[in-house]
Design a protein around this ligand. Structure first.
Ligand code: ZN
Length: 187
């Protein structure tokens, strides 16, 4: 990295860092935690990439399983995914909770990845909250990620939103601007 690149990284980092203050300061890390995408995640990432025709699931955003020290600090057992700013590279990366990942169906995995890529790739640090008549989240960018029951009932809605890719930021009229550090799955 040249000196110019370094300063560019720092400046971009500071700008994004300011945006993230409204989100959560503990979503910032100095260096990358993940170098290679684990093959268990890669399969679902590729499917997300194909479904959205490349709008979500950019390989340049690293992704991997969350370190124990990371999810311990959220003080919640329901933290399933986070988007983290990597200051040294002016980039971002995604953490996924390993134990939840293995308990998820393919659709749940794709939706969780879509949600985190939406944060990191678009980038969009808010959430789009609101519920359907049956109390299921109306949007896959809800701060409570839809569970398997909601996904099975409303996959067509969520799939349509995924396909909008970053254009979906327009849906955020009534979004909760206080984005949370971590995404949870609760009903
Ligand atoms: Zn989120």
């Amino acid at each position: 990295m040249t000196i110019t690149q370094f300063f560019k990284s720092v400046i971009i980092g500071i700008i994004l860092g300011v945006l993230l203050v409204a989100c959560a300061s503990n979503n910032i890390r100095i260096t990358r935690h993940h170098k290679k995408i684990p093959k268990e995640i890669e399969k679902s990432r590729k499917m997300l990439y194909d479904i959205t025709e490349g709008s979500l699931g950019d390989r340049k955003i690293s992704i991997g399983f969350m370190r124990f020290s990371e999810y311990k600090k959220y003080g919640s057992s329901t933290v399933i995914g986070t988007c983290n700013l990597v200051l040294s590279e002016a980039s971002s990366e995604i953490d996924i909770r390993k134990d939840y990942w293995y308990s998820f169906s393919l659709k749940e995995q794709i939706l969780l990845l879509g949600h985190e890529y939406f944060h990191c790739q678009c980038p969009f640090f808010g959430h789009i909250n609101g519920v359907l008549e049956d109390r299921c989240p109306a949007d896959f960018m809800n701060s409570s990620i839809p569970d398997s029951i909601c996904i099975n009932r409303h996959w067509d809605i969520y799939e349509k939103q995924l396909k909008e890719g970053c254009n979906g930021v327009r849906r955020h009229k009534s979004r909760d601007t206080r984005a949370q550090a971590a995404d949870v799955q609760i009903r």
